[in-house]
Design a protein around this ligand. Structure first.
Ligand SMILES: CC(C)(COP(=O)(O)OP(=O)(O)OC[C@H]1O[C@@H](n2cnc3c(N)ncnc32)[C@H](O)[C@@H]1OP(=O)(O)O)[C@@H](O)C(=O)NCCC(=O)NCCS
Length: 294
């Protein structure tokens, strides 16, 4: 018989968040699975209220609101006002909060609320979806921390940022098989269509599980509990530096054995070819080491 989840209220959540190390004034990126936490009395809005109470008025909360509106999948233009997030109810609730802002990126938008929100989101799309200068990269460079609530590294989008720092060879393989780039459209504030050409489209994160043990061994990740959900807390910059170094040693690391999606299979084949043809040249870590985490 299936066990009924325990009831969790806002006070319980605030206590767990503090015990997990969330601090007043933090810049916090959250990825979540609400159903893992237990039965939250006030639903997603209470979960957001708990996060905001612990972060306080000087804190900034950031979440992915990804929609993956790639043209090659026949997706319509992304509308930042209307297109629902496809990565969890908590993320969609955040984008609806008064005072929250959402970026216009047609595949990998993020929502944020708090004093750093506007700076993080920016007002132009002059970056790759999860690349250098993207909101999640800015978050890790500004000392942001990451909380994975009830999900593991295979949902940690900042790992994709590290792929960009490591200059992994597999971004050469696109979702659009007949083109050397991917493309996606969004609607600007006047309702006009704008095109975004993507050179570094994040692939599937199914192989990121391979990071779980190494990141614990390196002391990057702290295991915590939020309600009933096994969760992980980390400094974004330390995560990025650690994953970038691991990828420099082994650029195929995240394209792991059990990963079965078409894009991962094609990227793995390409990477093996590249690595066989030339010895992989190490990347200069200087830019990422300038991030503000200790
Ligand atoms: C896909 C994913 C969101 C699914 O997790 P989930 O817990 O099933 O879904 P949500 O977080 O949206 O929470 C909604 C679920 O919580 C449960 N729920 C509903 N009310 C609830 C409440 N008051 N308290 C607790 N759980 C509740 C329901 O099961 C609901 O699912 P349903 O609407 O289909 O019945 C999760 O596995 C995941 O991947 N999260 C990370 C997403 C991310 O950040 N991605 C970016 C990198 S890939």
């Amino acid at each position: 018989m299936q066990r009924r989840p325990n009831t969790v209220n806002r006070i319980d959540l605030e206590r767990d968040l503090r015990e997990a190390g969330v601090r007043d004034g933090d810049l916090l990126v959250v990825h979540s699975s609400l159903s893992r936490v237990g039965w939250i009395q006030g639903g997603p809005l209470d979960a957001l209220a708990a996060l905001r109470a612990v972060l306080g008025p000087r804190g900034t909360l950031v979440m992915p609101t990804f929609t993956f509106n790639l043209s090659c999948w026949g997706m319509p233009p992304f509308d930042p006002e209307r297109t629902p997030s496809r990565v969890g109810v908590l993320t969609d609730a955040l984008r609806h909060l008064d005072g929250s802002v959402r970026s216009s990126h047609p595949t990998h938008s993020v929502a944020a609320i708090g004093p750093l929100a506007a700076d993080l989101i920016g007002d132009r799309i002059d970056y790759e979806p999860l690349g250098i200068g993207s909101p999640l990269d800015r978050a890790q460079m500004m000392g942001g921390r990451i909380l994975l609530i009830g999900v593991g590294q295979n949902r940690n989008s900042t790992v994709h940022v590290a792929e960009c720092y490591a200059q992994v060879p597999y971004f050469a393989v696109n979702f659009s098989e007949d083109s050397s780039w991917d493309e996606a459209w969004y609607l600007n504030e006047k309702g006009g269509r704008e095109l975004v050409i993507i050179d570094q489209m994040p692939g599937s994160s199914e192989g990121f599980d391979v990071l779980e043990n190494p990141l614990r061994r390196m002391g990057v990740v702290r295991d915590v509990m939020i309600g009933e959900a096994p969760s992980q807390m980390m400094e974004g910059n330390r995560l990025c530096v650690a994953v970038t170094s691991l990828l420099m040693e082994n650029p195929a690391l995240l394209l792991g054995g059990d990963a079965t999606s078409d894009i991962t299979r094609r990227r793995r084949l390409h990477t093996m070819k590249v690595l066989n043809q030339r010895s992989h040249r190490p990347t200069d870590l200087t830019p990422i080491l300038q991030g503000s985490a200790p």
